[in-house]
Design a protein around this ligand. Structure first.
Ligand code: SAM
Ligand code: SF4
Length: 361
């Protein structure tokens, strides 16, 4: 099979079930060739600012869920967030991600809006800003887009509604999450989604359907990673015999298949890959990912943002992260797209197409 031929669903499910390293290496090589052809051989940085672990939701898998009373809650102040954004700009990272627990309040909407304006003012409008702040109303998404953010990452977590229900409390609504993704797409956000790979009860065919879901929604960015149990969560407490090596392998296979199916989207090599193996993110790049999110969160806050057991780089500062990452990226034959925002080619084509249709009308 050439890299350009599509696999059937059964073939994809077989790949996801495969544990044969030699065979999987051939799949990853094909996916890497597709990545080079459609998005090139640069890796783009998104400096990740995990500015607060305060969350109104209670997802059963997440270490910072509302119900976890063992977590000390923190909130970076505006000055600290601006300093982190300016540091990323000075390092020519091109883009940042503002991520945190989900809060849907007028005060929160306004605070993010103000922060976006201030970040743009301080960085000459040169930073691409991604938000990852969960489900919000259409008017909030509009306001944040108008204030200059342009990418939004909202993982669907799993596209199987029954599985979704089994990993969330009953008041968390799958349909609303899908509706939010559609709203973001329609409003003109560069839209990202993704899933957790290797959830309890998830089948290989569920993951194949996740890839179809990404395609159907016509998303521009994929941010997905392995599910990793957290001891203080209801889901984590149910998992016994967690096999990190197998979980990493399954996640890499999912990245490779997604690259081969979606081709020109941005795919992140998630930090969770590194939690399972020190070289996890580089292996993600070799399997078809092209985005890395170096952590810019101040070291003293990082222990407060433990989504899962063994989150890496807990005691490294942003400078050390940059230094160790650059070498790792060069080691797999890629270079960093410094000073570039690295928009997904898929998004650029989609926008051109929409504009073409409008001018033809
Ligand atoms: N609150 C926002 C939201 O949920 O979209 C953004 C922050 S949330 C911590 C970001 C992502 O962390 C979630 O979409 C979820 O996939 C991931 N996550 C949470 N717990 C995890 C776990 N135990 N293993 C792997 N990923 C996890
Ligand atoms: Fe909150 Fe996001 Fe964690 Fe769910 S995954 S509990 S919304 S931070």
């Amino acid at each position: 099979m050439t890299p350009m031929q599509a696999y059937t669903d059964t073939e994809m499910a077989n790949w996801l079930e495969s544990t044969d390293p030699a065979q999987l290496a051939t799949l990853y090589q094909k996916a890497y060739a597709v990545k080079q052809q459609f998005v090139g051989n640069k890796v783009y940085y998104r400096g990740l600012i995990e500015f607060s672990n305060v969350c109104q939701k209670n997802c059963l898998y997440c270490g910072i869920r509302r119900g976890n009373t063992n977590v000390e809650r923190y909130e970076m102040n505006d000055t600290e967030i601006l300093e982190a954004a300016c540091w990323a700009h000075q390092q020519r990272y091109g883009s940042i991600v503002l991520q945190g627990g989900e809060r849907e309040t007028p005060a929160f909407t306004k605070r993010i809006e103000d922060l976006l304006n201030q970040i743009h003012a301080k960085t000459n409008n040169e930073l691409g800003i991604t938000l990852s702040l969960g489900e919000q109303s259409e008017s909030t998404y509009r306001r944040w887009l108008a204030a200059g953010a342009k990418r939004y990452l909202l993982r669907i977590e799993t596209s199987n509604p029954d599985l979704y229900s089994s990993i969330h409390p009953s008041d968390h609504d799958f349909d609303r999450r899908v509706a939010c993704l559609k709203t973001l797409h329609n409003l003109g956000w560069q839209t990202g989604t993704g899933v957790m790979i290797g959830l309890p009860g998830q089948t290989a065919m569920d993951l194949v359907k996740d890839i179809h879901f990404f395609k159907k929604l016509d998303v521009d960015m994929i941010g997905m990673g392995p599910y990793i149990p957290h001891n203080d969560t209801p889901l984590g407490q149910k998992v016994s015999n967690f096999d990190g090596a197998r979980q990493l392998q399954r996640a890499l296979t999912m990245i490779a298949l997604t690259r081969m199916q979606l081709r020109d989207v941005n795919i992140a090599a998630a930090t969770a890959l590194q939690a399972l193996n020190p070289q996890g993110r580089e292996r993600g790049i070799e399997a078809g990912a092209n985005i890395i999110m170096p952590n810019l969160t101040e070291t003293r806050y990082r222990t407060g943002y433990q989504l899962y057991n063994g989150k890496p780089c807990m005691d490294e500062n942003a400078g050390m992260c940059r230094f160790c990452l650059e070498g790792r990226i060069a080691s797999v034959g890629e270079s960093v797209g410094y000073g570039e925002q690295g928009d997904a080619p898929h998004f650029l084509r989609r926008i051109q197409h929409t504009q073409g249709n409008h001018s033809a009308a």
